[in-house]
Design a protein around this ligand. Structure first.
Ligand SMILES: Cc1ncc(COP(=O)(O)O)c(C=O)c1O
Length: 390
């Protein structure tokens, strides 16, 4: 079991930041790597040819290790989730009788490109809503997603957890049904990879896309994606010199090269060598790998178990344990509580969480302490509309 790792971050004691789902705080080591990256260009004569390639290769290896992928060349560096999704939708040949299965209120970057594909081809988007009854929400929502996949489905695109309230999607069952109908499985791992175990061999997604600035503890405007073999010969949304074969031969770049580097390399963003974002993400991935993702999840479980029990005792609702993780979940207020009051309490006590829909989203990490959760629970306790609670 890991101890609290607060000393590795720069978080003032009076701030209880329980909101990695919004944006992770920098590790001190990641901040230092970013500053070093900025300084690099102050003296560009020190930027070597190797600096364009080796750090990128190392980063791919580390992310591949994190998701148990044995082919690091299947990892591409991307600037955002929307960029990764656009590369996928560009390579799907849909017809008007096809459909795409999405979860309701999925993150917009995992919607608009699908919408464009649907608009351009006449295909239908099946947006699968959660059931009204939240007592068996995860179970029924998953069943409905699986049922929606049929012989006309070209792709299913969901998170491992729902970004707004943390509902866990059963990727293995979704994969099995998608495989039955030869549909792509695209996963937005932004709200889970780095804090919740994921194994590419086990789940076998066609594409896995992650922004770096949340659970991967990296910088903004940066991310990573895994592309499986179905995308090996696709067309990227942009053409960059570095994604072509032998691009390390700078003197030869004037001779245009028709061939891409293998596997996912064609989907790397231009200027992928990002001398700030690459070392920042490399540093955070090194740290995550050293901690171990399962240990991060276990820490969050230990930290949140009793406080969440207290909230349930107060009449709050949350997803049942088998359909939620411990690093990201939504708490719906007891009907006797007032959201406005709660938000005022949270703000006054510097407890930082987000409201998404009608739930408060809790998203802790290794820097959070039991005191952070005592403060959080106290804020809920003081949010009853009448002073009937003892
Ligand atoms: C599930 C999910 N995907 C993606 C993103 C970010 O998307 P993009 O990188 O396109 O800005 C977020 C941001 O909150 C998110 O929660």
């Amino acid at each position: 079991m890991l101890n609290c790792q607060k000393e590795k971050f720069n978080i003032p004691d009076e701030v209880s930041y329980i909101n990695v789902a919004y944006m992770s705080p920098n590790l001190k080591s990641v901040e230092a790597a970013g500053i070093e990256g900025i300084l690099k260009k102050t003296q560009p004569w020190k930027v070597t040819r190797d600096d364009f390639f080796t750090p990128v290769e190392n980063l791919k290896k580390s992310f591949a290790q994190l998701i148990n992928c044995i082919e690091p060349q299947r990892i591409a560096l991307i600037p955002s989730v929307s960029y990764g999704i656009a590369n996928v939708t560009k390579n799907i040949k849909a017809k008007s009788n096809n459909n795409i299965v999405l979860a309701d209120e999925g993150f917009p970057s995992n919607f608009y490109s699908w919408k464009r594909l649907a608009d351009e081809t006449g295909a239908t988007i099946k947006v699968i809503a959660p059931p009204k009854d939240i007592s068996s929400k995860g179970l029924v929502w998953n069943q409905n997603i699986i049922e929606a996949i049929d012989e006309h489905t070209v792709a299913v695109s969901v998170g491992n957890v729902h970004w707004a309230d943390g509902t866990l999607f059963d990727l293995k069952k979704i994969r099995a049904k998608a495989t039955e109908h030869d549909a792509l499985l695209v996963i937005d791992g932004t709200q889970s990879i780095g804090a919740f175990p994921f194994d590419v061999k086990d789940i076998q997604p066609d594409v896995l896309i992650c922004a770096a600035y949340k659970w991967l503890l990296g910088s903004y405007s940066f991310g990573v994606a895994y592309f499986g073999e179905k995308l090996d010969n696709g067309n990227p949304i942009e053409e960059n010199w570095i994604n072509r074969l032998d691009s390390h031969q700078f003197e030869n770049l004037v001779n245009y090269q028709p061939e891409y580097k293998p596997f996912a390399n064609r989907y790397n963003v231009g200027e992928q060598s990002n001398f700030i974002g690459v070392p920042m993400l490399q540093t955070s991935l090194n740290q995550i790998l050293e901690w171990g993702v399962e240990n991060i999840q276990d820490y969050c479980e230990q930290l949140t178990y009793d406080p969440m029990q207290e909230l349930l005792d107060m009449g709050c609702k949350m997803e049942e344990e088998s359909f939620r993780t411990c690093h990201l979940f939504g708490v719906r207020l007891s009907p006797r509580m007032e959201m406005k009051k709660l938000k005022e309490n949270l703000q006054a006590n510097k407890v930082i969480v987000s409201q998404r829909g009608n739930a408060i989203r809790i998203a802790p990490h290794l820097y959070n302490t039991p005191e952070d959760f005592e403060k959080l629970v106290a804020c809920f306790k003081q949010s009853f509309s009448h002073k009937t609670f003892v």
